[in-house]
Ligand binder design. Structure first.
Ligand code: NAP
Length: 258
């Protein structure tokens, strides 16, 4: 348990996007394990329900809300449901994201694909924060963690949109962190390396060759687990990280150290 004497998570409410799968699901479960009530927000309604069932099996409370983070009305409605169900918002993990369809050099990159990636991976994070922050301020503070990537730290050949969006998430995180540091909202980011999720299965084509190629880029010699990102998010939201503001935490098995 990461809870401290003040019961950092018990009775608190966590809103997690992209929570129907992968890193978001693992983090929703981790928030529940720590005692928070959880809002499972994702475009995948079936996946949302599965995550809620997993949380309920832990004897904890969660609700599922269908939310496309690129749609202002969805984000507003999901947060309204959060308040309706649990009466407050303390933590947000803005994690929903998509991978590019195929690599292409910048001059050959489709404008439509650029818009699709940046809309979800950067504008989606902005939209979520825009409507979460007033709710978090209402009860005097809380913490937000946004999902960037190793692609937010280094350039990725053939991936201009994803790389720009994930670098953008770090800039946005730092800017929002400064805006609200004095009002007791801490905003930070996580930068995962290659993590074994459904997104990674699509990226590798689910083949052993594809997986081996990815693992070869990881100094640690394996992919990361979603739970290893969840632990970082839980710590960044905890009182133990009270002095951590605008930080982009790299959790990547050494991938971007090389
Ligand atoms: P994932 O397995 O694909 O899970 C992401 C979830 O987000 C899916 O349930 C997906 O629904 C949902 N989603 C997609 N677009 C959405 C939208 N507009 N609104 C709400 N939900 C949406 O991905 P993951 O690997 O857990 O990745 C989570 C985050 O980590 C992403 O931001 C990703 O860029 C980042 N990341 C992942 C890795 C990695 O190696 N896995 C590395 C670095 C960073 P559908 O499945 O229905 O599309």
């Amino acid at each position: 348990m990461m809870t401290n004497e003040n019961g950092n998570y018990t009775g608190k409410v966590a809103f997690v996007t992209g929570a129907a799968n992968g890193i978001g699901r693992a983090t929703a479960l981790a928030f529940a394990r720590e005692g928070a009530n959880v809002v499972v927000a994702d475009i995948s309604e079936q996946g949302n329900q599965e995550t809620v069932r997993m949380i309920e099996k832990l004897g904890k409370k969660a609700i599922a809300v269908r939310c496309d983070v690129t749609q202002t009305e969805d984000v507003k409605a999901a947060l309204a449901k959060t308040i309706e169900a649990f009466g407050r918002l303390d933590f947000a993990f803005n994690n929903a994201g998509i991978e590019p369809k195929k690599p292409a050099p910048t001059a050959e990159y489709e404008e439509e694909e650029w818009n699709r990636i940046v809309d979800t991976n950067l504008r989606g994070v902005f939209l979520c924060m825009k409507y979460e922050i007033p709710l978090i301020l209402k009860q005097g503070g809380g913490a937000i963690v946004n999902t960037s990537s190793g692609a937010g730290i280094i350039g990725i050949k053939g991936s201009p949109a994803y790389t720009a969006a994930k670098h953008g998430v770090i800039g946005l995180t730092k800017s929002a962190a400064l805006d609200y540091a004095a009002q007791n909202i801490r905003v930070n980011a996580v930068c995962p390396g290659y993590i074994n999720t459904p997104m990674m299965d699509r990226f590798t084509g689910g083949t052993s060759e594809g997986r081996a190629k990815v693992i070869a880029e990881e100094p640690i010699g394996r992919m990361g687990k979603s739970e290893e990102i969840a632990e970082a998010v839980i710590w960044l939201c905890s009182d133990g990280a009270a002095f951590v503001i605008g930080h982009a935490m790299v959790i990547d098995g050494g991938q971007t150290v090389q």
